[in-house]
Design a protein around this ligand. Structure first.
Ligand SMILES: Nc1ncnc2c1ncn2[C@@H]1O[C@H](COP(=O)(O)OP(=O)(O)OP(=O)(O)O)[C@@H](O)[C@H]1O
Length: 509
């Protein structure tokens, strides 16, 4: 963290009466991404929901807080305006997922929300649809005449690729309407982004650094803001991003939490983060839990393989021989390791690309594009790609290195098994390295009804501080910290506000 702070420069009172810290800019970024395709086939391209989509209905849902509105069961009941309803249908959505059934009416009723639902279960549309519906119903329209844009909604997410994906979803749902979404993130020419912003902006999607930069430059005003959305909210409030989030809500013009709606979404919510989130939400916010808070998606078959440090590469090759051209994400802990493993696989004639924080934005986008298209069916990634990315046909996730935080594990394996599709995750467990994760892994496996290897159970029982260790726990965990006075999550023993060591050194945004 200190490293991060020392890499910041202080930007004083020249453009803004409030002090803002901006990341030190380094060499000028000139990358301008290619223009977005405008044809409807590309805008509405989607993959089919899987055989387990209807099983979402069996997941237990708990809404806690005072006077929650009734859930909806169809998109019709959401009373979306015609264009939005049409865009939802063109996106291939027939029926809302549980987080949408409950989340959409909560947001439409003007309530703040902290929502927790498993990876790949449609959280993005759960917040986008009610926001766009309200903006359209109120007839907002983007104005390109103003040198300062004042969006009605701001959405923040931790990584460039994720915020771009959210922007593309917003653009898809807002297609053919007067509502204009814009995206801001690092690694792209600032001039290019300012020009795009000034063409008009109602829904601003941004990573925190670039967003604060634009606020500091006076290009974004906050006085019209009605919605503040934190996707991957636990990550946005951990030690890495919390100061920036506090600066955002303390920025001049930002409506107080009583005057705006604040919406938080994630698949994981460590206890300390959940408590701190209360600082950003109205007192009567609703806590929506779909299934086990912090639990892994049960459509992912999880396998743990005991390895030694030196056998990992051979084991990886064996796995990739079997997966063939099926898309596989391989997670490693460090940027150096990502380069090293990607080079190794290329040498072994496995078409591989990589994504991590040391790669230029152009390379990151190229890598993701090559992986999406299948040109490179293997993507080696650091945790920068662990959260939120929704890529068609990712059938396998390999944790070459396990993360040191169980929530990262849940997000990583959630890159497969999305939207009712099935997927497989194989994790290399090195007893010398990963022992501290044993208990949390057992809990996660149990709560997702997965087989627990006996050696892992033994490690968990032998692990430090196992008194009261109950791997099965509760089938359904209503874990609104206001209700329990404590926290009982699906498996987040190792969760904490501290981002992993590797995350610390990542160029997230
Ligand atoms: N009601 C629906 N019907 C069909 N497909 C849907 C529906 N809702 C969402 N999807 C699709 O499901 C996929 C996963 O959705 P999304 O990315 O919003 O998941 P998420 O819950 O945000 O996951 P993560 O926790 O990994 O961020 C996307 O391709 C999305 O378009």
């Amino acid at each position: 963290k200190e490293k991060q702070i020392s890499a910041c420069r202080y930007v004083g009172w020249i453009t803004n009466p409030y002090p803002v810290f901006l990341p030190s800019r380094g060499p000028k970024v000139t990358y301008v991404p290619p223009p977005l395709p405008e044809d409807e086939d590309t805008i509405f391209a989607h993959y089919a929901s899987g055989i387990n989509f209807n099983k979402y209905d069996d997941i237990l849902v708990d809404v806690s807080g005072l006077n929650p509105p009734q859930a909806i069961y169809t998109f019709k009941e959401a009373c979306l305006c015609e264009s939005l309803e049409r865009n939802v249908a063109k996106s291939g959505y027939v029926k809302p997922t549980p987080v949408q059934k409950h989340g959409i009416p909560i947001i439409a009723a003007g309530r703040d929300i902290m929502a927790c639902a498993q990876t790949g279960s449609g959280k993005t549309a759960a917040f986008l649809l009610p926001i766009l519906q309200k903006l359209m119903a109120d007839g907002v329209a983007a104005s390109s005449f103003s040198e300062q844009q004042e969006p009605e909604a701001i959405i923040v997410a931790p990584t460039r690729e994720l915020i771009n994906q959210i922007f593309l979803e917003a653009r898809k749902f807002a297609h053919g309407t007067c509502v204009r979404p814009v995206v801001l993130y690092g690694g792209i020419s600032t001039g290019h982004q300012i020009r795009d912003l000034l063409r008009g902006c109602n829904v601003l999607c941004g990573t925190p650094g670039r967003l604060m930069d634009m606020i500091g430059r006076g290009k974004v005003g906050l006085t019209k803001l009605r919605y503040l959305v934190m996707d991957e909210a636990d990550r946005m409030l951990d030690m890495g991003f919390e100061p920036e989030m506090r600066r955002l809500v303390g920025s001049p013009g930002m409506p107080s939490k009583e005057e705006r709606q604040t919406l938080m979404f994630s698949a994981t919510y460590p206890e300390d983060i959940q408590r701190m989130a209360g600082d950003f939400l109205k007192k009567d916010y609703l806590f929506l839990a779909v299934g086990v808070v912090g639990g892994a998606c049960s459509d992912v078959e999880q396998k743990l393989v005991q390895v030694t440090k030196f056998s990992k590469r051979d084991q990886l090759l064996d796995i990739l021989k079997n997966t063939g051209t099926e898309r596989t994400m391989v997670f490693v802990e460090t940027k150096r390791q990502a380069d090293f493993i990607a080079a190794f696989l290329c040498q072994e004639n496995v078409a591989t690309t990589s994504i991590h924080g040391d790669r230029e934005q152009r390379e990151r986008e190229q890598a993701l594009g090559d992986f999406r298209s299948g040109k490179c069916p293997v993507l080696v990634a650091t945790s920068v790609a662990a959260r939120g990315l929704d890529i068609k046909d990712v059938q396998h996730v390999v944790n070459f290195d396990l993360p040191n935080n169980i929530d990262d594990y849940v997000h990583r394996i959630g890159r497969t098994g999305r939207c009712g599709n099935t997927g497989q995750a194989v994790s290399f467990y090195d007893p010398e390295q990963d022992n501290q994760l044993a208990r949390s892994l057992v809990k996660i496996l149990c709560s997702a009804q997965q087989e627990v290897p006996s050696w892992l159970e033994q490690s968990a029982l032998g692990a430090h501080g196992t008194s009261g260790f109950n791997p099965v726990g509760r089938v359904f965990a209503s874990t609104d910290s206001r209700k329990t006075g404590g926290f009982q999550s699906g498996g987040s023993d190792q969760s904490s506000a501290a981002p992993s060591a590797a995350a610390d050194e990542e160029e997230w945004e």
